[in-house]
Design a protein around this ligand. Structure first.
Ligand SMILES: [Zn+2]
Length: 58
C-alpha cells in the first residue's frame, strides 16, 4: 500500500469518519510507526482539525 492510501485513511480518522474499505486501524498505526512522513502529516492534519473546530469553520 502507498502512503497516499494511508493518508486518506488518516484524514478520515481525524475527521471521525469510517476508514476506507480494506484499511484497518492496526494497519494504519503500523504504517505510522514506520513512516515519519505520514506521522508528521497526521500531526498536521490533527492540528488543522483542532484549529478549524476552535474557529468553527469546519
Ligand atoms: Zn507513509
Amino acid at each position: 500500500m502507498h502512503c497516499s492510501e494511508f493518508r486518506t485513511a488518516l484524514s478520515a480518522r481525524v475527521d471521525g469518519e469510517d476508514l476506507p474499505p480494506g484499511m484497518t486501524g492496526a494497519a494504519l498505526d503500523a504504517h505510522l510507526r514506520g513512516c515519519g512522513e505520514c506521522c508528521a502529516w497526521g500531526e498536521r492534519a490533527r492540528r488543522l482539525r483542532l484549529l478549524a473546530a476552535r474557529f468553527d469553520v469546519a
